[in-house]
Design a protein. Structure first.
Length: 180
């Protein structure tokens, strides 16, 4: 059984990164259809930079870890590419030059007045807002068109909560295995 062309075009990726108690970062990516139903889920092992990386990457360490290391690993694991990748972590925007689909920061209602870095541009959409790097301004228009056509009523913050819960569950299972 193959997915219809409309199903192929309506895949939305949600990518977030959480920190564990040891300050390692764990990435999670949930690929959903236009109804918000899961198609794929992937998460990374904890990633913690060593002291040499902290020194050498300096202020670009977050972009490197979130985009190149964690984000790319998650995207490489996907069986099907998304039409659009949404994230709630601004450092994940550094993934965009490495992939063939738009990557857009979702600023949820409670963060609506969040101050963005000067290199980011923002557009409001209902209770959410989007932001991208200035070089990818076209991604805002593409994201708006994709979301309007495929998932106009989808709560864009809700899938991030599911990812956080799934990572927490996976980490709990790993800890239980290590204790046994």
């Amino acid at each position: 059984m193959t997915l219809s062309n409309s199903m192929n075009k309506n895949r939305l990726g949600f990518l977030t990164i959480v920190s564990d108690p040891a300050e390692a970062r764990i990435g999670g990516l949930l690929l959903v259809n236009a109804s918000g139903r899961p198609l794929e889920f992937h998460c990374t092992a904890p990633v913690k930079p060593n002291r040499a990386q902290e020194i050498l990457y300096g202020p670009t360490l977050g972009d490197y870890l979130c985009g190149e290391q964690i984000g790319m690993a998650l995207c490489d694991a996907l069986k099907h590419p998304p039409s659009l990748m949404l994230t709630d972590i601004s450092e994940v925007l550094s993934l965009r030059p490495l992939v063939d689909f738009p990557v857009v920061l979702v600023i949820r209602g409670d963060d609506h007045s969040a101050k963005l870095a000067d290199e980011l541009i923002r557009v409001d959409r209902g209770t959410s807002a989007f932001a991208v790097h200035r070089q990818q301004e076209e991604d805002l228009r593409t994201a708006e068109a994709i979301l309007q056509a495929t998932a106009p009523s989808l709560d864009l913050g809700e899938p991030f909560g599911r990812i956080h819960e799934a990572i927490s569950e996976a980490q709990g299972g790993i800890r239980k295995q290590n204790v046994a």
